[in-house]
Design a protein around this ligand. Structure first.
Ligand code: ATP
Length: 226
């Protein structure tokens, strides 16, 4: 097991918004963390990324307690992509790629669409291009664990499919991925498993196929429709 989370609680200003979170991710697995608005998906991810300090529970990474800041975790092979895409808007696409742990050549091989955009400031890329840039930069560094928040936010399904394709390929090459999503059907199609969060607690888990086949009420309440 690459990542094992037990009894995790985290929140803001002393108030827990997620509680009793137990989850695990193996090498090369794509795992979706699903749930409606405000369920606590981002909060869980921030605790795993080292941005928020858990109030209880433990996070084991390669069987050892995971501690340290976002940057220390990055050095241990954990890459985090925020909802905003983690792109520096004033830096060019090329400069953004150079900030990654991997080579620019590897990043462009993953997303050749970025080649004509190398001189453009990140802030002038479309939403989909910014997500490609963030993902290219992250995956070129061959992380062991990728934590990615709301990949599909505001993007056309075709672009989401393209991004998910690259995520699946990275997982098949060994990267473990935890992907937070509100609209889940597309993400579940490339996921090995998923967990559903509701009001700060896990309410369901299973394989992608099991969650997709779950009852209409669960699907519409927690998996979104897309
Ligand atoms: P969304 O899909 O809307 O991003 P989410 O499942 O990611 O939802 P979180 O962003 O983790 O949910 O939010 C969980 C709860 O924590 C919400 O009630 C939210 O209002 C609250 N919350 C989030 N950020 C903060 C903060 N900085 N300070 C206080 N409360 C916060």
């Amino acid at each position: 097991m690459l990542l094992k989370v037990e009894g995790l609680a985290a929140g803001y200003s002393g108030v827990d918004v997620v509680r009793e979170i137990d989850l695990h991710i193996g090498k090369g697995e794509v795992v979706a963390l699903l749930g409606p608005n405000g369920a606590g998906k981002t909060t869980t991810l921030l605790a795993l990324a080292g941005v928020l300090t858990p109030t209880s529970g433990q996070i084991l990474y390669r069987d050892l307690p995971l501690r340290g800041t976002l940057h220390q975790r990055a050095r241990r092979g954990i890459s985090y992509i925020s909802e905003q895409g983690s792109v520096f808007s004033r830096l060019t696409t090329l400069a953004n790629l150079r900030l990654g742990a991997g080579s620019v050549g590897d990043a462009l091989a993953l997303f050749p669409e970025l080649e004509p955009l190398l001189k453009r400031p990140g802030g002038l890329l479309s939403g989909g291009e910014q997500r490609m840039l963030a993902l290219a930069r992250s995956l070129a560094g061959k992380p062991e664990l990728l934590l990615v928040d709301e990949l599909s936010l505001g993007l056309a399904p075709l672009i989401v499919r393209r991004l998910l394709e690259r995520i699946r390929a990275a997982a098949d090459a060994g990267t473990a991925v935890l992907i937070v999503e509100q609209h889940a059907s597309q993400v579940l199609s490339v996921s090995d498993r998923g967990y559903v969060l509701s009001r700060g607690r896990l309410s369901a888990s299973g394989t992608g196929a099991e969650l997709l086949a779950s009852s209409g009420a669960l699907r519409s309440a927690y998996l979104g429709t897309r």
